[in-house]
Design a protein around this ligand. Structure first.
Ligand code: AMP
Length: 466
């Protein structure tokens, strides 16, 4: 089915073609007709499914009859309000809206916290039909009387489950109370929890419910692979992977912002153009990092889970988990950055002994085993990363087993796994981790990062990132 057959306006079809979209994604096929028919909607869909266009395109079409080329602000009241949990997502949604509206006389703006409020006030004063906002900053504008929500006809709550997770419920209720009762409301959420159902009951009127398969629960498009590697050799392995496979765009995940900075510097020292995105960086620095990563100036972006939430990077081919996340669901979010909109992606995890428990959780959540890859020979000047049993059996810093006997001659056959993986380097096959090592590797899991670091973006007080 084509975009044309969905009955979209020619100016929207032109903008869609400019974006290079050839056919609608499943969520777009399901969402566009009911939104055009002015139904309320409850949509279960994750970021990466094309949901933004799923709501933005029909909304633009609904607003089209009242387009005005008049410069008067009075002719451009806010008619669609789109709320998102994070500033990055807000910026991306508005970027998309702007792209889809490029052949129309509809104006959009985005407001989020952590940046100067004055330019936002100026944009709002000039008049915009579509406002994308994070809840906290929107309420700042309400308080300062710099925004008028009395003409809103369409409301979108994007990633509603995350908004609730991040403690935005009171803000959302407050915002709902400021909107005209007579309106169309759309709620997008990756999950259908009881809280979401309650919220849906409060804000939706006889909604159409739509759902698309969780794109990256056992994602067909994403290959999940891993190396077992001692933590001290992860850096060398990462640099090796990037260089030997000539990776041009890699999102690398770590758990803490300190690790993000350290790894970024390590990669830069290794000659890999790298940047980092985490909550200690200013909004400007984050935007710049994202831009440089998107435009290819930086091959690698090192990110914490929080900073990467909601990032939209088109056709990201690789996600590397330098460290596994404490919560298995964060693994799902991480790999949701690749394999988007039909293009294949690869998730590679560098797993050390201490992370065995997290790996078990992730494999249980995914309902599949990550494919174990054999360790390549690393040109680090340091010894080859140890196998698990070596690492565990030696108390010295050096991995002794090699000195006790002549090493077996390296096999020279290239390592080719599933068609794509060819280090073309000698390697030694790896032993499976011993159950002893497994037992020692068990460490208590910390609570999920999400809850610990709830209110982090979107203008809320900054909490420390792990
Ligand atoms: P979203 O789920 O809205 O974050 O979209 C994920 C990515 O898919 C974005 O980079 C969009 O630009 C892209 N996208 C959205 N719709 C389509 C489509 N019909 N065909 C190809 N790519 C799309």
């Amino acid at each position: 089915m084509s975009f044309e057959s969905l009955g979209l306006l020619p100016e929207l079809l032109r903008a869609i073609a400019d974006q290079g979209y050839t056919e609608p994604t499943p969520i777009q096929l399901k969402a566009i007709p009911p939104v055009l028919a002015r139904h309320d909607m409850m949509a279960c869909a994750q970021t990466g499914t094309g949901k933004t266009a799923g709501f933005a395109l029909p909304i633009l079409q609904l607003l089209a009859p009242q387009q005005s080329s008049s410069p008067s602000p009075a002719r451009h009241p806010i008619r669609a309000l789109m709320l998102t949990p994070t500033r990055e997502l807000a910026a991306q949604v508005e970027e998309n809206v702007r792209a889809y509206a490029k052949y129309m006389s509809l104006r959009s703006a985005v407001v989020f916290g952590g940046v100067d409020i004055d330019p936002q006030i100026k944009a709002l004063r000039a008049g915009v039909e579509i406002l994308v906002a994070t809840p906290g900053r929107l309420l700042d504008h309400v308080q300062q009387k710099t925004v008028n929500l009395s003409r809103v006809e369409i409301l979108v709550l994007d990633e509603a489950d995350r908004m609730l997770d991040m403690g935005f419920m009171p803000d959302i209720k407050r915002i709902l109370s400021l909107l005209p009762a007579e309106r169309q409301s759309l709620l997008f959420s990756a999950t259908f929890s009881e809280d979401i159902k309650r919220l849906a009951n409060q804000m939706l009127r006889t909604p159409v419910s739509i759902e698309v398969a969780r794109r990256n629960a056992p994602a067909d498009l994403v290959t999940h692979r891993m190396f077992e590697v001692d933590s001290e050799h992860k850096g060398a392995l990462l640099a090796h992977l990037i260089k030997s496979r000539d990776m041009q765009q890699v999102l690398v995940f770590v758990r803490t912002k300190r690790d993000a900075n350290r790894l970024m510097r390590e990669l830069q020292r290794d000659g890999v153009p790298a940047t980092a995105i985490h909550s200690d960086r200013t909004q400007g620095e984050r935007m710049q990092a994202l831009e440089e990563f998107k435009n290819g100036t930086m091959k690698v972006m090192v990110a914490t889970d929080i900073a990467a939430r909601g990032l939209d990077i088109e056709q990201l081919p690789f996600v590397i988990n330098y460290e596994l996340p404490y919560a298995a669901e964060d693994y799902i979010h991480r790999i949701g950055r690749t394999g988007r909109a039909g293009s294949p992606g690869e998730a590679i995890s560098l797993v050390c002994g201490e992370e065995k428990r997290m790996l078990d959780d992730i494999e249980r959540e995914l309902k599949r085993k990550l494919e174990r890859l054999p360790m390549p020979e690393l040109a680090t000047g340091r010894s080859r990363p140890p196998r698990h049993h070596e690492e565990r059996s030696s108390s010295s810093e050096h991995h002794a087993p090699r000195s006790t006997a002549r090493p077996a001659p390296a096999r020279t056959a290239p390592v080719a796994v599933d068609g794509g993986f060819d280090f073309n380097k000698p390697y030694e096959p790896k032993a499976a981790p011993s159950s002893d090592a497994d037992a020692r590797a068990k460490i208590p899991l910390r609570p999920t990062m999400r809850r610990q670091t709830a209110a982090l973006l979107g203008g809320l007080a900054k909490k420390p990132e792990l």
